[in-house]
Design a protein around this ligand. Sequence first.
Ligand SMILES: CC(C)(COP(=O)(O)OP(=O)(O)OC[C@H]1O[C@@H](n2cnc3c(N)ncnc32)[C@H](O)[C@@H]1OP(=O)(O)O)[C@@H](O)C(=O)NCCC(=O)NCCS
Length: 312
Amino acid sequence: VTFDFHDTASDPATVRLFTTRALALRAGEGAEVGPWVDHLLGEIANGAVHGRLARRDGVPVGLVAWAEGGPLGANVHVLYADGHAATVDHYRALMEEAGRQSHGVAFAPGRLGGLKPDEEEALMDGLGFGPYGRSEMRLGRVSTLPAEPANGWGRVRPIVPEDEAELAALHQRAYHGRFDRYLFQEGADEAQDCAREIHQLLHGRWGELDAAGSVVLEADGAIVADVIAVVRPDGVLLADVAVDPKHQGRGLGRRVLSAALRRLAATPDRSVYLNVTEGNDPAVKLYLSLGFVRTLGPSQDWYNRRVIPVAP
Ligand SMILES: CC(C)(COP(=O)(O)OP(=O)(O)OC[C@H]1O[C@@H](n2cnc3c(N)ncnc32)[C@H](O)[C@@H]1OP(=O)(O)O)[C@@H](O)C(=O)NCCC(=O)NCCS
């Protein structure tokens, strides 16, 4: 297949049209994608996201847009082939163009319009990609949360600024070797990268820290579990739930999350939600058992098996 690739600035109207169509496919029937489209076009305009428009005989037929994603490679946000050009070969050409321009793709969006699921899977498998999905889960009406045990191990308390370094170390231990670690990786040094993630969570990168929902479980002088909650326009996002691997599977996750939710329930007008990777069964089961329900997703996306050695 022969396409010419062009700068996105050469045809902003088509870039907007293709971006809108691609995000609508990805978000599913009826979803409002306007703000998402505007955000992405803004990122293309300011250079945070790079895009290439494919033309055949001068006619625009496809778009690929990606952000440089740190050491693993690029994160493709838009992968779109239009109309009759929506073929396996064209999608492969778009992926290869993104790979060439970015020194490798780590993540790509799924549900490629015009392809049957088995065609898409064969294409992405051939390119070395495996499937993954993320779901949003929201807390339904809180009925009964387990009470804090009177004489449990350690105690739950609110997060204070001095916890930052210890939270970063706990975060690193809890996510080490897990698929989720790769999703948010920006730097090659794991300790530094975890420190950055925690610093950003505590200092407003994703929304103001929610004092009620952000707690740690401290036992024998160390933080062994945490919940970090931030205020988003659409509710309180539980952005981190983690238990020290040495102590997982003993009820500490249930305990620290219940404590955060009891505290959040004191301000009941806010919706509480989180995002989880399908396949993280301990987490999904814990959330379901506390009254969370899937409200968005699972997404049907792709990760590069060569750079991410662990399945979701
Ligand atoms: C997810 C996590 C917070 C759960 O904490 P935990 O202390 O291990 O979980 P608990 O012991 O409190 O168990 C709570 C429930 O989780 C589920 N669960 C825990 N371990 C499980 C396992 N190995 N397999 C399947 N389900 C499991 C069970 O439903 C359990 O309920 P039960 O006690 O009635 O059986 C913890 O495993 C963790 O830190 N994982 C790594 C980081 C992470 O993935 N965080 C979530 C990101 S969204």
